[in-house]
Design a binder for this molecule. Structure first.
Ligand code: FBP
Length: 368
C-alpha cells in the first residue's frame, strides 16, 4: 500500500437505514491518513469512473440520515465486459480497497470482481429484507417504522370499525419483514411465504384459511399482512414483469395482495358469506429511507470498523459481519435461474422467530 490509503465506497440496491452511518464510520477511521472516495450510482459510477473525495461537512450532513442520497444507488450487475473499465477506474484513483455496500446481488458483484482485480474488495451487508447469511443493517429500522404504522392502522380499524386493512410488505422472496412486523405490531393475520411453500399450499387452501380467519374473528375490522413474495408460493398470483439485471422479478410492483383478496371475495360470494370492506396499501419504500434506530446506528458502526479492519488485514472477497470478515465464497450457490450467486436466506420455520409467531397467531385473530 502507498503512504496514504485510498478507499472507494459505493451503495447498491434498495436503500436501507444506516448506509450513511457506515460511510461516516469509515470516513472517521480513514480521516487523517487517507482518503475515502464516494463512488456515485453504485457499480455504474465504478464503471464510468465517477467518484469524489468525501468531505467532513458533507459526511456530517448525512451521518444520521436515512436514504442513500449521499451517493445514490443503482442495481447494476457487473458483466465480464465491464471489468476493463473498472480496472481503469481503480487505476485512475489508485484505490487500495473498494467497499461494496449492498445485498446478495451486490455481494455476488463483489465476489466476482475480487477474482479479477488485486485491489481489496470488501462487501458490507445491507438490506431491509434480512435475507443474507450474515445479519444486514436496515432491517431493524424498517421493521420498527412499519410496525408502528401497522399498529396505527390497527387503531384506525378499531376506531372506525368498518375496514380490514390489507397490507403488502416488502421483503422479496423471503418473509422476514412480514414475520417481524406481525410479531411487533400484533396484526390480526399474516401469511408467511416460506410456510406456504413448505406446506405446498394451494390457492383454494389459502383462500379458505382467510375466510376461516374472518369467520373466527367475527369483527368488521382488522389488519392482514401479506408478504410481497407470496406469488412464489401461489403461482396464480404471479404477474409477468420485467426482470432486473440480476434476474429478480419486480415483486414490489405486483398487486399480489389485491389479486389474492379478489379470489377471497369471489369465494365468499359463492358461499354466500358477507365480507367486510377492504382497504389496500403497500409498505416498504418509506421504511427503507427512515433515519436509523439506535440499534442500526450501533450495528453500522461495528460493520464500518470491521470493514476498516479487513482493509488493514488485506482481506479481499469478504463480507463483513459483527464478528469479522467471512469469505463470500462460503455463501455462493448455483441457482437454476440466476447462476453462481450469493444465496438468499429464507425464514427458518424451526427458528425462534417463527415459533414465537406460531405461539401467538391464534390469539392475534381475536385481538383488538
Ligand atoms: P435489496 O436490499 O435487495 O436491494 O431489496 C430491497 C427492496 O426494498 C425489496 O424489499 C424490494 O422488493 C425491492 O427493494 C424493490 O426495489 P426497487 O427499488 O427496484 O423497486
Amino acid at each position: 500500500m502507498k503512504e496514504r490509503l485510498r478507499v472507494g465506497v459505493l451503495l447498491s440496491g434498495g436503500p436501507a437505514p444506516g448506509g450513511h452511518h457506515v460511510i461516516a464510520t469509515l470516513f472517521d477511521l480513514i480521516d487523517g491518513f487517507g482518503e475515502l472516495y464516494g463512488i456515485e450510482r453504485g457499480a455504474e459510477g465504478l464503471i464510468e469512473g465517477v467518484a469524489h473525495v468525501l468531505k467532513k461537512e458533507q459526511i456530517d450532513r448525512f451521518r444520521y440520515k436515512g436514504g442513500f442520497d449521499l451517493l445514490k444507488t443503482r442495481r447494476k450487475k457487473i458483466l465480464p465486459g465491464d471489468i476493463d473499465a473498472i480496472k481503469k477506474t481503480i487505476q485512475k484513483f489508485s484505490f487500495d480497497a473498494l467497499i461494496f455496500i449492498g445485498g446478495d446481488d451486490t455481494a455476488t458483484n463483489a465476489y466476482k470482481l475480487s477474482k479479477e482485480v488485486s485491489t481489496l474488495i470488501i462487501h458490507l451487508p445491507k438490506t431491509i429484507d434480512f435475507d443474507l447469511a450474515v445479519p444486514s443493517f436496515g432491517f431493524d429500522t424498517a421493521c420498527s417504522l412499519m410496525s408502528r404504522l401497522i399498529r396505527n392502522l390497527k387503531v384506525d380499524a378499531r376506531s372506525t370499525g368498518k375496514y380490514y386493512h390489507v397490507l403488502k410488505l416488502m421483503g422479496r422472496d423471503t418473509s422476514h419483514i412480514t414475520l417481524e412486523c406481525a410479531i411487533r405490531s400484533r396484526a390480526n393475520f399474516a401469511l408467511i411465504t416460506e410456510e406456504l411453500i413448505h406446506k405446498k399450499a394451494t390457492l383454494p387452501q389459502v383462500v379458505d384459511a382467510i375466510l376461516h380467519f374472518f369467520e373466527e374473528r367475527k369483527k368488521e375490522y382488522g389488519v392482514i399482512l401479506i408478504p410481497e413474495g407470496i406469488s412464489l408460493a401461489i403461482k396464480e398470483l404471479e404477474e409477468t414483469t420485467e426482470l432486473d439485471p440480476h434476474g429478480n422479478a419486480d415483486l414490489s410492483g405486483m398487486e399480489s395482495h389485491v389479486r389474492l383478496m379478489q379470489h377471497v371475495e369471489k369465494e365468499a360470494r359463492k358461499r354466500g358469506l358477507h365480507l367486510p370492506p377492504l382497504r389496500f396499501s403497500t409498505m416498504g419504500y418509506e421504511a427503507r429511507c427512515e433515519d436509523p434506530t439506535p440499534y442500526d446506528l450501533e450495528y453500522t458502526k461495528k460493520l464500518g470498523i470491521r470493514a476498516f479492519q479487513a482493509i488493514l488485514e488485506k482481506k479481499s472477497g469478504v463480507i463483513v459481519a459483527a464478528d469479522g470478515a467471512h469469505l463470500i465464497e462460503n455463501y455462493m450457490v448455483e441457482d437454476s435461474k440466476r447462476g453462481h450467486v450469493v444465496k438468499k436466506v429464507a425464514v427458518d420455520l424451526h427458528g425462534s422467530k417463527f415459533l414465537e409467531f406460531h405461539q401467538i397467531r391464534e390469539s392475534l385473530v381475536h385481538e383488538d
